[in-house]
Design a protein around this ligand. Structure first.
Ligand SMILES: *[C@@H]1O[C@H](CO)[C@@H](O)[C@H](O)[C@H]1NC(C)=O
Ligand SMILES: *[C@@H]1O[C@H](CO)[C@@H](O)[C@H](O)[C@H]1NC(C)=O
Ligand SMILES: *[C@@H]1O[C@H](CO)[C@@H](O)[C@H](O)[C@H]1NC(C)=O
Ligand SMILES: *[C@@H]1O[C@H](CO)[C@@H](O)[C@H](O)[C@H]1NC(C)=O
Ligand SMILES: *[C@@H]1O[C@H](CO)[C@@H](O)[C@H](O)[C@H]1NC(C)=O
Ligand SMILES: *[C@@H]1O[C@H](CO)[C@@H](O)[C@H](O)[C@H]1NC(C)=O
Ligand SMILES: *[C@@H]1O[C@H](CO)[C@@H](O)[C@H](O)[C@H]1NC(C)=O
Length: 360
């Protein structure tokens, strides 16, 4: 149980700022939620500032089931979240390793920027451990793959990706809430979504100097695994450990859809161009059929015709301007009413800040 563990963690042994010792805990220990620093008890997931990966990031292999029997009803949901969290935690870990305080003060950003990114990295490591613990003993806990985010040594691209990743996580989390069996799972998912929101609200205010609000409600989207599948774009092909389940599970493997940023930035009222970036995974359009671009914003969705000749559509001007995100899919039916009616996407169109580099 996430919040009920009463056994003291090993956190007292951690000296803040020092590397976390690796390779000292056995796999059988890792399957026990009381093993290692415990989220919400250990300061590791808040205050650690070292460059070495914090627990449990040093333990990359999948954790095999510790007991036999049927999986718990929410195990697949948490396996998907854990595999996604490996992506996100590695994004921050790579950033913490690549940059330092000067990388961001040189851009004119507050001198707390690097420190905040370290703390977010710590929070994400805590998510890894929380998600591992939520998977029951009868199911494997997925391990780490290798990830390439393409930011190299450029802190501006890192920061732009940071916002996209946080906003995407937040939009994603409204999906599994609708699929969870346990009430406690739903509560934990909302708690995690709120933390991802804090991460992106911080970035909107302190990094981008923007109004951080998103209107009365953030965008909800029911097909959570379609969002997760987009993160496979960061996974180095063939790098996942053998014992990992397919990710996401189940996987539609829809064509990856990106924004043609030379046409527009995808704001309300703009013509928007879609790019299908995977040569071997292109949507199979039939020129005698009609297709639709379905745009989701808050609890609304609006359908407009999709032009298969030039891969374009228009972001509905009926949506409020400049707030939160708009999520777009290409569908065979207006409103994309079933999972199977989605043909490509989703694509997240950030509506703020106005100064985000267009390369993203
Ligand atoms: C950050 O790294 C650069 C390059 O290695 C170095 O010159 C600079 O002093 C470092 N800044 C801090 C605050 O550690
Ligand atoms: C960070 O910036 C604040 C004001 O923006 C300043 O008061 C503080 O001294 C700075 N801290 C360091 C360590 O440079
Ligand atoms: C979730 O909570 C509701 C309302 O308290 C309860 O009726 C239901 O049985 C709970 N579901 C599970 C799976 O425990
Ligand atoms: C992107 O839009 C520009 C401007 O309309 C167009 O010239 C270009 O072909 C588009 N790129 C793709 C890959 O569709
Ligand atoms: C394209 O759609 C038309 C009309 O529904 C259908 O008759 C035709 O068989 C479809 N072509 C392919 C290749 O699926
Ligand atoms: C795509 O085609 C539509 C319909 O002909 C047209 O209105 C639109 O301007 C075109 N967009 C681009 C980017 O070529
Ligand atoms: C989009 O809105 C329509 C009309 O309210 C609704 O029937 C449909 O289920 C919605 N689509 C999704 C994916 O929620």
């Amino acid at each position: 149980m996430l919040l009920l563990s009463v056994v003291l963690s090993l956190s007292a042994a951690i000296v803040m700022g020092s590397p976390i010792p690796m390779g000292i805990l056995s796999v059988s220990c890792l399957s026990d939620p009381k093993c290692g620093p415990v989220p919400d008890k250990s300061p590791l997931y808040n205050d650690y500032r070292g460059k070495a990966p914090p627990f449990p990031m040093g333990y990359k292999q999948p954790i095999p089931p510790a007991a036999s029997g049927d999986p718990a009803p929410d195990d697949v949901l948490w396996q998907n979240l854990l595999a996604a969290e490996w992506v996100i935690s590695n994004f921050y870990q790579q950033g913490v390793e690549a940059f330092n305080e000067s990388s961001f003060t040189a851009l004119g950003l507050p001198n707390t920027t690097y420190d905040r990114l370290c703390e977010i990295r710590d929070n994400e490591a805590g998510h890894l451990r929380i998600f591992q613990d939520q998977i029951s003993a009868t199911s494997v806990k997925p391990g780490m793959c290798e990830y390439d985010f393409g930011f190299g040594t450029d802190p501006e691209i890192f920061l732009a990706l940071q916002l996209v990743i946080e906003v995407t996580s937040q939009a994603f989390l409204s999906g599994p809430v609708q699929m969870a069996y346990r009430n406690a799972t739903r509560g934990a998912l909302v708690g995690v979504a709120e933390v991802e929101t804090r991460h992106n609200v911080w970035a909107l205010i302190d990094v981008w100097g923007a109004n951080p609000f998103a209107g009365p409600i953030d965008t909800v989207f029911p097909y959570a695994n379609e969002i997760l599948d987009v993160t496979n774009n960061f996974v180095v092909a063939g790098s996942c450990p053998m014992g990992n389940p397919i990710y996401p599970n189940p996987r539609q493997n829809l064509p990856l859809m990106l924004l043609n940023s030379s046409l527009s930035n995808g704001r309300v009222g703009c013509e928007v161009g879609f790019v299908f970036a995977q040569p071997n995974n292109q949507p199979n359009f039939n020129s005698s059929k009609e297709y639709y671009a379905v745009f989701f914003h808050g609890v609304q969705n609006i359908t407009v015709p999709y032009n298969i000749e030039n891969s374009s559509s228009v972001v509905p001007s009926a949506f409020d301007q400049g707030k939160g995100i708009i999520l777009a899919v290409i569908a065979t039916k207006p409103g994309a009413p079933e999972l199977e009616s989605v043909m490509a996407g989703p694509l997240i169109l950030l509506q703020q800040p106005s100064n985000l580099p267009s390369a993203t």
